[in-house]
Write a protein that binds this ligand. Sequence first.
Ligand SMILES: NC(=O)c1ccc[n+]([C@@H]2O[C@H](COP(=O)([O-])OP(=O)(O)OC[C@H]3O[C@@H](n4cnc5c(N)ncnc54)[C@H](O)[C@@H]3O)[C@@H](O)[C@H]2O)c1
Length: 336
Amino acid sequence: MKILVTGGTGYIGSHACVELLTAGHAVVIVDNLSNSSPRVLERIAQITGRQPAFHELDVRDRAALDRIFDAGKFDAIIHFAGVKAVAESVADPLKYYSNNVYGSLTLFEAAARHDVTRVVFSSSATVYGETARSPIREDAATAPANPYGRTKLIVEQQLGDLCAAGSEWRVAALRYFNPVGAHPSGIIGEAPQGVPNNLMPYVCQVAAGRLSELSVFGHDYPTPDGTAIRDYIHVVDLARGHLKALEYLERTRGMHVINLGTGRGTSVLDMLGTFERVNALRIPHRFTARRPGDTTETYADAARAAQFLGWRTELTLADMCRDAWRWQQANPAGYV
Ligand SMILES: NC(=O)c1ccc[n+]([C@@H]2O[C@H](COP(=O)([O-])OP(=O)(O)OC[C@H]3O[C@@H](n4cnc5c(N)ncnc54)[C@H](O)[C@@H]3O)[C@@H](O)[C@H]2O)c1
């Protein structure tokens, strides 16, 4: 298939491109490089032996999108492009509505004009909000607690309405839990700008001596070790889920909302202990107050992904920790 990958130079997109190219698909990436480096393209080629086509563009740019669609028919779109920092979305909601909602709308309009009606969309477990009980099934109530989560839900609703209006649309909205880790080669990985917001990249930077210690937010949660529980998923497993979703859309029409998670909860201390053990390192850390808005435990019910897509995670927490650290060591300052 020939796949348009928006946001394909980003963290998850780059891993998905590796899997797509390895499976023999043709890949065209569009990305405005607002949160990624063009060096990713050479790295993808280093792993796969094939460099994807690339166009630097913003998905809000209708004319630029039309030029891409005019140049050749796509079988499907995987739409990763978007902004994703929860705290920033609270401070600057318009940036989120513009990139995520308006960007998606512009993309889907261009797709519709060019009869491309197969879409895999990067949604997020953030759409479930703070009160959902884990394991969270896809039919749990949605109640996003921040603008970022609301933009993801709005795009899901756009896609649901499109599917309801026209039987030609085939959409998988994949609700990711907590993607971590890196390609096992250490050649591509997560390269956050500034101080990381998420646990694994933070741990890696402490391990590398770039940050002095990890703050563990909350040691008084009602969990076995008192720290918060999340569903960490290896980014390579997550990337493979997108291929499975594309295959599923070959067979099925309409709108499908599917969790991508392991179905298992991991506490902050489990993660830290595993990272220290597999990498033979000590991570200085101290316990601080809970962060407002953080849930006690959030993990997926992964049954629908297994049933619909025939997909399950294969990589372990140890793989996530080992691969994240391999990437960090080989690329201490990211893609420079
Ligand atoms: N990483 C996570 O924890 C996580 C969890 C759930 C969902 N998601 C979603 O998955 C997708 C990919 O996330 P990621 O972690 O790879 O993030 P990322 O920032 O590494 O990748 C997103 C890419 O989109 C590009 N981009 C942003 N706005 C754009 C625009 N207007 N036009 C063109 N390109 C644009 C960025 O330059 C970047 O390369 C995002 O939509 C994100 O919301 C991520």
